[in-house]
Ligand binder design. Structure first.
Ligand code: ATP
Ligand code: MG
Length: 409
């Protein structure tokens, strides 16, 4: 019979890879908790409309990448990202009544129908933060700091923080008009996507990966508009404040005026963190401010800012982590005593196993040295004397102790 295989663009995360995943997850909990963030878990599927309204219907995510299905006349979608779900939950659970800032973090699988390639899957995982209720640039700085702190704690230092401001809807309108005016003459030379985006969402043009389009956007008259400062005084002050905070915190960044981010809902601050050790899919973190989203989804007017990181990309940078070994393996030819001792140790919280098949003593010792840190030997003498022999499988050191005085460290 034909073997059923894992779906294109999806992967098993195997036990051998788990040390890295546990490390990423435990570090997220540790670091984000330090900043006062609380974990939230929202459903994997939501009403399709949430993403259409929340992510934006001019984005690639909503137009091309969603896994949408019908059930009982309802259109549902596997979440392509988690900000919309967290915002829905924030509104539905009245979290605007909590004292600001409300800091939430999440981790879990996301689904996008994309062309699978290195660093790009159809089911992938993100870990992220959303901070609600603060419009001041202090929140922007704190969110970037949380991202950098987390990455450093994972041992990732060869990174570049790219920063930009998209201004507010008001200043952005003027920029869009100017940008369209200079790009219009080149419209026929642009890719199909850019031709569609031209009217719907001209900022996204700058984000295009096609070399032909980028050649057009590199023209001096277009660069003059891109590099010119279009943002209004208030937005400009906000950006200056953010940069000052980052300088105070010693966080290095580079201004990237082409950074517009794929999602519709961003305003003012946008940022990306790129690894200098990944190929073309080198962004490990993307984030930004989205002050109008909570209101657009029917909530109270609440400013917010957040980021998401791709965990597969982080995992590929973290490299090897030591295998998670059992603490103890019980070696004995007396199965009844072995079971009893195993349960005694497990009840003390010690991870251990014994031989379920009554193999020869030597085979059991071999198994112990492959899987555990300690062999706990229970021979006839030990049983008779209420003792156990503990062998440290790293050092080879061995000692016999009273059973109730057994310590494994
Ligand atoms: P990209 O430009 O790489 O497509 P994006 O702008 O679509 O990224 P976001 O939606 O901001 O990405 O997601 C944040 C992070 O999630 C990215 O920086 C990346 O690390 C990761 N990510 C996004 N899409 C995928 C995917 N299909 N497979 C693996 N990781 C992904
Ligand atoms: Mg993408």
């Amino acid at each position: 019979m034909a073997i059923i295989k894992v779906q294109k663009g999806t992967k098993d995360i195997l036990p051998s890879e788990m040390p890295i995943w546990h490390f990423m997850e435990e570090t997220a909990n540790k670091i984000f908790t330090k900043y006062g963030a609380k974990e939230i878990r929202t459903p994997i599927f939501e009403a399709t409309e949430l993403f259409a309204r929340g992510v934006g219907d001019t984005t690639d995510i909503v137009n091309k990448e969603m896994y949408t299905f019908e059930k009982s006349d309802r259109s549902l979608t596997l979440r392509p990202e988690n900000t919309a779900g967290v915002v829905r939950s924030f509104i539905e659970n009245g979290m605007h009544r909590l004292s600001a800032p409300v800091k939430l973090w999440y981790k879990g699988p996301m689904f996008r129908y994309e062309r699978p390639q290195a660093g790009r899957q159809r089911q992938f995982h993100q870990v992220g933060i959303e901070v609600f209720g603060i419009k001041q640039a202090t929140a922007d700085a704190e969110v970037i700091l949380m991202a950098v702190d987390y990455l450093h704690e994972l041992g990732l230092n060869d990174l570049t923080v790219e920063l930009n401001t998209l201004g507010c809807p008001k200043c952005r309108e003027e920029f869009k008009t100017k940008l369209k005016d200079v790009i219009r003459p080149y419209l026929p030379q642009l890719c199909e996507d850019c031709q569609t985006r031209f009217d719907k969402n001209p900022l996204r043009l700058l984000d295009c990966k096609s070399p032909e389009c980028q050649e057009v956007y590199a023209k001096p008259e277009i660069q003059a508009v891109i590099q010119g400062d279009f943002i209004c005084e208030e937005c400009s002050e906000h950006f200056e404040e953010l940069k000052n905070y980052l300088d105070t915190l010693g966080i290095k960044y580079e201004r990237n005026r082409l950074l517009v981010r794929g999602l519709d809902y961003y305003n003012r601050t946008v940022f990306e963190i790129k690894s200098n050790n990944l190929g073309s899919q080198n962004a490990v973190c993307g984030g930004g401010r989205y002050d109008s989203l909570v209101k657009n989804l029917g909530g109270e007017d609440t400013p917010a800012i957040g980021f998401a990181m791709g965990m597969e990309r982080l995992a590929s940078l973290i490299g090897e982590r030591a295998e998670e070994k059992l603490t103890a393996y019980i070696v004995s030819n007396n199965t009844a005593e072995a079971v009893k001792l195993t349960q005694e140790l497990r009840s003390k919280g010690i991870a251990c196993e014994f031989d379920l098949t009554n193999k020869k003593f030597v085979k059991q010792l071999e198994k112990a040295s492959k899987t555990a840190k300690f062999a706990v030997i229970l021979g006839e003498d030990e049983i008779a004397n209420g003792e156990v022999t503990v062998k440290n499988l790293d050092s080879g050191e061995q000692k016999t102790v009273k059973r109730d005085e057994l310590k494994l460290d």
